[in-house]
Write a protein that binds this ligand. Structure first.
Ligand SMILES: NC(=O)c1ccc[n+]([C@@H]2O[C@H](COP(=O)([O-])OP(=O)(O)OC[C@H]3O[C@@H](n4cnc5c(N)ncnc54)[C@H](OP(=O)(O)O)[C@@H]3O)[C@@H](O)[C@H]2O)c1
Length: 294
């Protein structure tokens, strides 16, 4: 397939290398590179990729969007005039809330949304390291996207494990719920995920999960505050040595994805008239920290 990666950062570069080795014609669309770049993933031979080719963009079967959530809409707005209506748009980032805007911007394109738990690190622009094996989940957002379940085989062949969901929103909500409970607390307190297992945090995490589970239920997702709390504590234990992406963004004074994680939860809570004061407090705290960045 002709695949263009929009935003070849850590995750985008990882997929670019894997999809290319799987035999696809992959090119990159980036604000940084010109014409072409060699990318090396771990100890594999470096691969040359064409960059920023309008011809490649116009003939793309798939546009894999791997920029962070706040940049999805502005970057797609810029290239929308160059895209064919048949190009399948695949959004892969943490958080929720971008797909609605992209479906309005490009209503005729099949739209697929997903998330990955693979770990990737880009120490320099032409090198990417696969730092943790994970899995990827996809599903269609609009009618055209729902007919693209063949992508499961395409992506699975390149970098397993890949699951296709007939109800991807439910899978994304479960991931968002865990991110809402873990990420802001680790960023505010500047701690690894595992630190949240300390008894000091349990009261706050219990309040967070009670509020989050009410919003999930209102969105039609079957969960309870007890099962969500238990799942959050399992993830804290399983990822105890990890720093969350929000922790990393705050430490490096980069804009975080809070608007698309807790911010999205708050939006949906407001729509359902549900009070979520503990989540609101963490949201405001992260916003305050971001405002004080240099
Ligand atoms: N890295 C991981 O291990 C990991 C794991 C799971 C999920 N995720 C999620 O995957 C998504 C991508 O994360 P990442 O770690 O790959 O991020 P990243 O390394 O920062 O890559 C982001 C990409 O977006 C581009 N970009 C940033 N600002 C831009 C702008 N204003 N205009 C145009 N392009 C812009 C960057 O361009 P430059 O190349 O010019 O910097 C880069 O190519 C995030 O939602 C993240 O939470 C990441």
């Amino acid at each position: 397939m002709n695949i263009v990666i929009l935003g070849p950062g850590a995750i985008g570069s990882l997929w670019a290398c894997h999809l290319s080795r799987a035999g696809h014609s992959v090119s990159l669309w980036s604000r940084q590179h010109n014409n072409s770049i060699y990318l090396q993933q771990d100890h594999n031979p470096a691969v040359q990729f064409t960059c920023n080719s309008k011809e490649k963009l116009a003939s793309a079967d798939v546009l894999l969007v791997t920029v962070k959530a706040p940049i999805v809409e502005p970057t797609l707005e810029q290239i929308a005039p160059s895209l064919a209506q048949e190009t399948i748009l695949v959004l892969m980032h943490n958080g929720m809330g971008t797909a609605e805007a992209i479906n309005t911007l490009l209503p005729n394109n099949p739209l697929v949304i997903g998330t990955t738990t693979h770990g990737a690190f880009r120490p320099k622009p032409n090198q990417v390291l696969h730092t943790g094996n994970g899995y990827t989940e996809f599903g269609g957002f609009n009618e055209g996207g729902k007919r693209c379940d063949f992508l499961q085989t395409v992506f699975e062949h390149a970098l397993p494990k890949v699951t296709w969901h007939s109800n991807i929103l439910s899978a994304l909500w479960h991931k968002l719920a865990i991110n809402c409970a873990i990420n802001p607390l680790t960023a505010i307190n500047q701690v690894k995920n595992g630190h949240l297992s300390s008894p000091n945090y349990q009261k706050t995490i219990t309040s967070l999960t009670a509020e989050i589970s009410q919003v999930l239920n209102a969105e039609g997702i079957d969960t309870s505050s007890e099962s969500l709390l238990s799942k959050v504590n399992q993830v804290i234990e399983a990822t105890s040595e990890n720093y969350s992406s929000m922790h990393q963004d705050i430490v490096h004074q980069r804009p975080s994805e809070i608007d698309f994680i807790t911010g999205y939860l708050l939006q949906r809570a407001k729509a359902h008239n549900i009070s979520v004061p503990t989540n609101e407090q963490l949201f405001q705290h992260i916003k305050q920290i971001e405002q004080n960045h240099d």
